[in-house]
Design a binder for this molecule. Structure first.
Ligand SMILES: *[C@@H]1O[C@H](CO)[C@@H](O)[C@H](O)[C@H]1NC(C)=O
Ligand SMILES: *[C@@H]1O[C@H](CO)[C@@H](O)[C@H](O)[C@H]1NC(C)=O
Ligand SMILES: *[C@@H]1O[C@H](CO)[C@@H](O)[C@H](O)[C@H]1NC(C)=O
Length: 302
């Protein structure tokens, strides 16, 4: 199973000092090395194959459905690019049976979302919890029936630093239940490569995120792909969060930043894996990955 244990949140400055001290003491021997973890985004193309097929491929350790792209003003919409919802609940359970958690990502490339107030953040929590997780309000439509998703990802393309993703994150963390009928809720974010990403900084600074997938593409600061400088900042800022290297699955999958498998293996992964909190890679997205076999080519090296 891909579940990892989470450590309790700490004040922001303390982990920075700790990680510097620990790496000073332990040196390169503390490197994380390979984890074999590959997270993929699914749901942006109708003809990318089904969720079930993605999980059955054996390539991925987590699948993130994208996107819930309308929220913040009382209405909500999940956009899966026209994938049929029929049987999706069973597909999710199948993935989970195979040990592949399935998360839902909020945000994306549309313009119809915002979280201006704590109230809107708590309302979004209620919507998520009752529609996709353990909630059971009678008047809530559940597109996946009783399937219970494994996590929430935050993928913000617009917004301001004052929006309340921190409030949402804290509320989700309260429902990260590991016993009884509940279960672990993977809280993740997928920011731009340049540190910090101000839209999500406030939320990440709570220290409670399990994973951060840094998008080393489509960003002026990462036009050439992986940036050692930005990687160092992300891994140092959130020592108790697993940091993933976000990669396009083919040159067509992003406007800039594609890194071919050979370069990834030779020049990127050896650097990334020196971090004690290296988590693995995130591949954008299933549609391009299916065509390029990028994950298949890199799997042994991540
Ligand atoms: C949901 O409906 C059932 C059956 O009608 C009822 O027993 C239960 O109390 C309702 N739950 C809530 C939270 O309203
Ligand atoms: C909003 O929630 C945050 C975090 O839960 C809290 O620190 C803040 O005081 C709240 N703001 C208001 C206006 O209630
Ligand atoms: C993907 O690449 C790997 C490594 O080269 C290879 O073993 C595998 O058969 C390929 N899969 C497909 C579907 O082409």
């Amino acid at each position: 199973m891909a579940f990892t244990h989470r450590r309790p949140p700490l004040a922001v400055s303390l982990p920075l000092i700790c990680v510097a001290f620990i790496s000073f003491l332990a040196g390169p021997a503390s490197a994380q090395g390979k984890t074999g973890q590959v997270t993929v985004f699914w749901g942006r193309h109708r003809d990318e194959g089904s969720l079930r097929e993605a999980c059955d491929s054996g390539l991925y350790s987590m699948v993130i459905m994208s996107f819930l792209d309308v929220y913040g003003s009382g209405t909500y919409n999940l956009d899966l690019s026209g994938h049929s919802l029929a049987g999706m609940g069973d597909a999710i359970k199948r993935c989970q049976f195979l040990g592949v958690p399935v998360s839902i990502s909020i945000g994306g490339f549309g313009g119809a979302y915002s979280l201006p107030t704590n109230q809107s953040a708590l309302a979004l929590f209620d919507h998520l919890w009752n529609t996709y997780f353990g909630g059971s309000l009678n008047d809530t439509r559940r597109p996946f029936g009783d399937a219970w998703l494994d996590g929430v990802d935050m993928f913000l393309e617009h917004g301001t630093p004052t929006e309340r993703y921190d409030t949402l994150a804290l509320e989700l963390a309260k429902h990260n239940i590991r016993a009884g009928d509940g279960k672990l809720l993977h809280l993740t974010a997928t920011p731009h490569c340049r540190f910090p990403d101000t839209r999500i900084k406030e939320a990440l600074d709570t220290g409670i995120f399990e994973r951060i997938h840094v998008r080393f593409y489509d960003d002026p600061d990462c036009a050439a792909g992986f940036s050692t400088k930005e990687w160092a900042k992300w891994t140092a800022a959130y020592p108790f969060t697993k940091i993933y290297v976000g990669l396009p699955a083919s040159p067509q999958a992003a406007k800039s930043g594609y890194t071919d498998p050979a370069t990834l293996r030779r020049a990127v992964l050896p650097v990334a894996q020196k971090a004690t909190n290296y988590g693995g890679v995130m591949v954008w997205d299933r549609y391009f990955d299916k065509r390029s076999n990028y994950s298949g080519s890199i799997k042994n090296w991540v």
